[in-house]
Design a protein around this ligand. Structure first.
Ligand code: GLV
Length: 337
């Protein structure tokens, strides 16, 4: 069993907000103080003698990294996604992997709705229009026409906590809600008034298609040119999940050809988006820098949970099962319970 003591060594790859930072003050924390992610070399160098790692979704933690971290007992990710961590390798080595699970669901659903409204009602273009002094005639009968959100059909791909939180908001707009998921969820269907749909049907019927699937072998590249072709010409694609779920080159082509009305993206295949991305020049897209969970309240809660998960393991306690990615690790390296 491990017992926490002042000398527990922690590597934190980015500064997290309070209260997590103070919670870790009882450990010996090595903090990457830069505002950018550490390089792989930096990670390898800093992790070597550490008991715990507090990392972000931008840090790839694979077997090679774990090879140098022979004392590592816990990887606590300050994120809901954990595809950046080789969980199988960690489990085999008795390393606990934790994450912040669904804490960000409501904040991400808020942002998703902001994107639905922004894209349907030209919010970004209209704001620019005013600021750039292009608004020369007062009220105009055909200025910045957009699409109704109320009464429209919303297609949700992935009905987990975030998808469900989006559906609840959509009910207030009297939207028809379709969803596609690995498994049907009858309880959610009753609670949310959502209708299960095959993916192709959902794409063909929806006015707004919103992606909330986690990234895995099945979802990677799921929305490609054949799927985009099924969407209505007047429909919008919203993505606040992972960029890799959409084939970005295919999306660019669909947008250029006006095959769909627009897209609103908080996530991209490569982040940050490169200056060469054709998306930057397009008027029918809204682009955000991966800020789904970026509210003071949510990030603060995430920091508390990420710190607590890490401390629990160092203190020899099983982390809250809601935040433990690899429960199988308990039989490889049992803690006190
Ligand atoms: C954000 O995308 C996260 O995984 O926390």
């Amino acid at each position: 069993m491990f017992r926490i003591f002042v000398g527990n060594k922690v590597y934190m790859t980015r500064k997290i907000p309070e209260p997590g930072l103070s919670m870790l003050s009882k450990c010996q924390v090595t903090l990457n103080k830069k505002s950018s992610a550490p390089s792989r070399t930096e990670i390898m160098k800093n992790i070597a003698d550490k008991d715990a790692l507090l990392c972000m979704l931008s840090d790839r933690i694979d077997a090679e990294v774990m090879d140098v971290a022979t004392d590592l007992k816990v990887i606590s990710s300050y994120s809901t996604g954990f595809e950046h961590i080789d969980v199988k390798e960690a489990t085999a080595r008795g390393i606990y992997v934790t994450y912040t699970a669904d804490i960000l669901a409501e904040a991400t659903a808020d942002l998703t709705f902001a994107l639905i409204l922004a894209s349907a009602r030209n919010i970004i273009n209209a704001d620019r229009y005013v600021r750039e002094n292009r608004w020369k005639v007062g009220w105009s009968p055909d200025l910045m026409l957009g699409y109704n959100v109320h009464n429209a059909t919303l297609g949700i791909i992935g009905l987990g906590r975030i998808g469900a939180a989006v559906a609840r908001r959509a009910r207030g707009f009297n939207m028809k809600i379709l969803y596609h998921n690995r498994d049907r969820n009858l309880q959610m269907e009753r609670e949310l008034g959502a209708t299960y749909s095959e993916l192709d049907e959902l794409l063909a019927q929806s006015d707004f298609v919103s992606i909330h699937a986690s990234l895995n072998n099945k979802s990677s590249g799921l929305i490609d040119k054949t799927k985009l072709r099924l969407m209505k010409k007047t429909a919008f694609l919203i993505n606040t999940a992972r960029g890799q779920v959409v084939n970005e080159a295919d999306l660019v082509r669909a947008l250029k050809n006006n095959q769909i009305a627009g897209a609103a993206l908080d996530v991209f295949e490569k982040e940050p988006l490169t200056r060469a991305s054709p998306l930057l020049k397009m008027k029918n897209v809204v682009l955000l820098p991966h800020i789904g969970s970026a509210t003071y309240q949510t990030r603060s809660k995430m920091s508390e949970v990420a710190a607590r998960n890490l401390l629990d393991v160092l203190d020899g306690k099983d982390p809250d099962p809601a935040f433990l990615v690899n429960p199988q690790v308990k039989s490889v390296r049992p803690l006190g319970g």
